[in-house]
Design a protein around this ligand. Sequence first.
Ligand SMILES: NC(=O)c1ccc[n+]([C@@H]2O[C@H](COP(=O)([O-])OP(=O)(O)OC[C@H]3O[C@@H](n4cnc5c(N)ncnc54)[C@H](O)[C@@H]3O)[C@@H](O)[C@H]2O)c1
Length: 254
Amino acid sequence: MTVKDGLQGRTAIVTGAAQGIGRATALRLAGEGALVACADIQDCGETVRLAEKDGGRAVAVELDVRHGADWARAVSALVAEHGRIDLLANVAGVVNMNSPDTVVDLTEDAWQVVIDTDLKGVWLGMQAVIPQMIEAGGGRIVNIASMAALRGLPNLASYSAAKGGVVGLTQQAAFEYADRGVLVNAIAPGTIDTPILAGITDEMREANANAHLIRRLGRPEEIAAMVAYLFREGSFQTGLTFPVDGGWAAKGNF
Ligand SMILES: NC(=O)c1ccc[n+]([C@@H]2O[C@H](COP(=O)([O-])OP(=O)(O)OC[C@H]3O[C@@H](n4cnc5c(N)ncnc54)[C@H](O)[C@@H]3O)[C@@H](O)[C@H]2O)c1
């Protein structure tokens, strides 16, 4: 179920919008009436086409979340064109495919790519939009963290460090800006069926599905629905990390 027109008149930036959770989020927000800036290092043309096919409004923005200059350029162009940015979904992220991702075997280069994209990118996005949100009277931000921020998992050392940082930074931004109308939350997804899983075996997919009490992988639309809920209805939540994880957090070892 979508809530048509629930976000009418709002302008949103969604990073990582070329595919996966970011694309589903962009389509969901556009479906609820927001004008969505679909930002990615990959081409977001297909996401924009899908949004427009369903009667939504979307534009593609080339942006590397790791670079402050890209953020400054994107935000000032969007504000000049559309007046303000009300909503930011920091979705872009990577896992380390370049080296083993254990504390001992991780390389400095691989660590840096993951930290720069998954943590610094979230900080730079908030740094770019919060001043103009404050000037416009408020805004809402959702950062995508991970269950890897909340528990130990195999081969995710740099990723868990970055996502743990996202949880802390979300709380800190909420603390700093709530009194000026900027509400900041995070979502910790379970394992979601997106292209990020391309490298894993069928066996690993099944193990990931079975880690959830709801014994399947999550769908990107199920994360998008939570982002839309927080943007539309979340007037008394800030600084929180919400698991959307098929019951994973509630599961013991049985
Ligand atoms: N899929 C899962 O199981 C899962 C679970 C928990 C958290 N997450 C998080 O959800 C987010 C989305 O993941 P997904 O599964 O949709 O992955 P995905 O690989 O399908 O999509 C990630 C998107 O981010 C973009 N991106 C990567 N680096 C970027 C950069 N420097 N600047 C701009 N865009 C960049 C990619 O081009 C891609 O479009 C990520 O932050 C990921 O860590 C995913």
